[in-house]
Design a binder for this molecule. Structure first.
Ligand SMILES: NC(=O)c1ccc[n+]([C@@H]2O[C@H](COP(=O)([O-])OP(=O)(O)OC[C@H]3O[C@@H](n4cnc5c(N)ncnc54)[C@H](O)[C@@H]3O)[C@@H](O)[C@H]2O)c1
Length: 334
């Protein structure tokens, strides 16, 4: 098979390419990535010399580049996106451009060459949020109710993907995943920011009261879910992907991280809340589990391994840290 992976220099995309090349030896993977502030060639060093891997630097919004990359492609796995909620609050325009227009350019090109599958990687944030004390979970039939410009742009892209299936018969699948964690996540995101702060002997910065609730999905569990949906999922269908963690408040996660460093809660500092901060996400993955998927990675164990990864790979995140903190200087969450 020949895969076009978009956004393969980002967090989940780079982990996915690594996963796929290890598992499917004969497959060829072409990575199309614009190398925005969130795309790092340093995230591809584990596979960039693999003879089945190639890289094109380019923007998914440009039809000519996309058409070239789409030649002879069997499967598209579409990760490329602007993905940081805080940035979508300070600068929403690029989110509409990349996440909506970019997805449509890819869909058009995929339709022209008649790909066997277009897999769209999306998020549970399209469903909005749940009250903190809610016992409900998001399911595939939950109505879309995105709150942030990021979530709204991802929701729009999900709708476009489904529209290309219903209107033009494009063979699509979608996964909506929970919060991912693991190696090669940019230090501007909550968990790597917290870990790298502590390595630099700076407190974790927690928004508001830290009572927002999230479910955590180890990145390789998201990769295996995407793999299963591509290989066994039903065309036209959506699958929700939740992680092995309990529903944890951000304060719970911060306390765990501080504990792994042998520190105490003095290393947790509360800062200004995110505007429109979603209260709670919870996912019911029953539909995906009926295909035979289970999250393999235990949260506490793989949080600890993730911390070890950031401790060992300071070369990877140190050059990115100042830029990440600059963002929070602008938003006052420092
Ligand atoms: N991180 C999460 O917790 C999470 C959870 C569920 C779903 N998702 C979704 O998974 C996907 C990947 O998320 P991530 O956390 O790896 O994102 P990321 O920000 O780490 O990486 C995004 C990648 O896309 C590239 N990119 C951005 N704009 C581009 C463009 N116009 N053309 C080509 N490449 C472009 C960037 O250079 C970068 O390499 C996104 O679609 C996101 O919505 C993320």
């Amino acid at each position: 098979m020949r895969l076009l992976v978009t956004g393969g220099c980002g967090f989940i995309g780079s982990n996915f390419i690594c996963y796929w090349l290890k598992k499917y030896h004969g497959d060829k993977v072409l990575n199309l990535d614009k190398l925005t502030y969130a795309g790092h060639l340093s995230s591809t060093i584990d596979f960039d010399e693999n003879k089945n891997y190639s890289f094109v630097k380019g923007d998914i919004c440009y039809p000519e580049i996309v058409a070239k990359c789409m030649k002879n492609v069997d499967i598209v796995v579409h990760f490329a996106a602007e993905s940081h909620v805080d940035r979508s609050i300070t600068d929403p325009t690029i989110f509409s451009r990349t996440n909506v227009l970019g997805t449509q350019v890819l869909l058009d090109a995929a339709l022209r060459v008649k790909v066997k599958r277009f897999h769209h990687v999306s998020t549970d944030e399209v469903f909005g949020d749940l009250p903190l004390n809610s016992k409900h979970k998001f399911r595939e039939d939950t109505l879309y109710n995105p709150h942030s410009p990021y979530a709204a742009s991802k929701a729009a892209s999900d709708h476009l993907v489904r529209a290309y299936h219903y209107t033009f018969g494009l063979p699509v699948t979608i996964t909506n995943g929970a919060n991912n964690y693991g190696p090669c996540q940019d230090p501007e995101k909550f968990m790597p920011r917290a870990i790298t702060n502590l390595i630099e002997n700076t407190p974790i910065k927690l928004y508001g009261k830290g009572d927002n609730i999230r479910n955590w999905l180890y990145v390789e569990d998201y990769c295996s879910a995407i793999d299963l949906v591509i290989t066994k999922g039903k065309i036209g269908e959506t699958y929700l992907v939740g992680g092995s963690s309990k529903e944890l408040t951000n304060y719970d996660v911060a306390r765990l991280i501080v504990g792994f460093f042998g520190l105490d809660k003095k290393y947790i500092k509360f800062v200004k809340d995110r505007s429109g901060h979603d209260r709670k996400y919870a996912i019911d993955s029953t539909k995906l589990k009926t295909l035979g998927w289970q999250p393999k990675y235990d949260f506490d164990k793989w949080l600890s391994k993730t911390i070890d990864w950031y401790k060992k790979n300071t070369w990877w995140w140190r050059p990115l840290k100042a830029k990440a903190e600059n963002l929070y200087r602008k938003t006052g969450q420092i």
